[in-house]
Design a protein around this ligand. Structure first.
Ligand code: MN
Length: 196
């Protein structure tokens, strides 16, 4: 086993009522685990013993292939679950807050634009906040297993808008999932990502 399911930083019911224990059971316990298992099986079949996930995602030629999709889904889910907390820091500070203000004018405007990206993404994928080489931030929509590292951006935050992320709790109300997502997003984690 090259890749293992990372430890969840909270109990599976800790994000309720925003994200239910049942959603965590399926999304983290089954969906994420499935991508880990698939990726390990693929790597095992290639008879290699180590793989750098970021390089693999960045340099894959076939972005609809099974290797890219599972590798990127492992990366994306690790990133998604790591930033969630039952006791989150609710507002960014420091360099991150400055960068948000510089790019978007205000925190509220950033949230409006991010919401719009997450809500309007048609089908499965992720909304991302990333940092560009010039220090400015950018919001992007990536379909399916897409990841902004392929565009040479540094990912800071992601919202998984695959139906499996919210359907058990919100059915077709993706808007409600996204508005509650902010209640469990830990800005402390995002601040560390921009400093890293
Ligand atoms: Mn997911």
């Amino acid at each position: 086993m090259i890749f293992e399911l990372p430890v969840l930083n909270f109990e599976k019911d800790a994000l309720e009522p925003h994200i239910s224990a049942r959603t965590i059971e399926f999304h983290y316990g089954k969906q994420f685990r499935l991508h880990i298992n698939n990726l390990n099986a693929l790597i095992d079949g290639m008879r290699i013993t180590s793989v750098d996930l970021t390089t693999l995602i960045k340099e894959s030629v076939d972005c609809s292939g099974v290797l890219f999709c599972n590798a990127a889904q492992v990366w994306n889910h690790r990133f998604y679950f790591e930033q969630l907390s039952p006791k989150p820091k609710t507002m960014p500070e420091g360099n991150l807050f400055s960068a948000i203000n510089k790019t978007f004018g205000s925190f509220e405007e950033f949230k409006n634009r991010f919401d719009k990206a997450a809500i309007s993404l048609f089908g499965s994928g992720y909304a991302w906040l990333s940092q560009k080489d010039d220090g400015n931030l950018i919001i992007t929509q990536e379909l399916n297993a897409g990841n902004p590292i392929r565009k040479n951006y540094k990912p800071l935050l992601t919202c998984d808008v695959w139906e499996h992320a919210y359907y058990l709790d919100y059915q077709c109300r993706r808007v409600d999932y996204i508005s509650n997502f902010w209640n469990v997003l830990d800005w402390n984690v995002i601040e560390k990502r921009i400093e890293n």
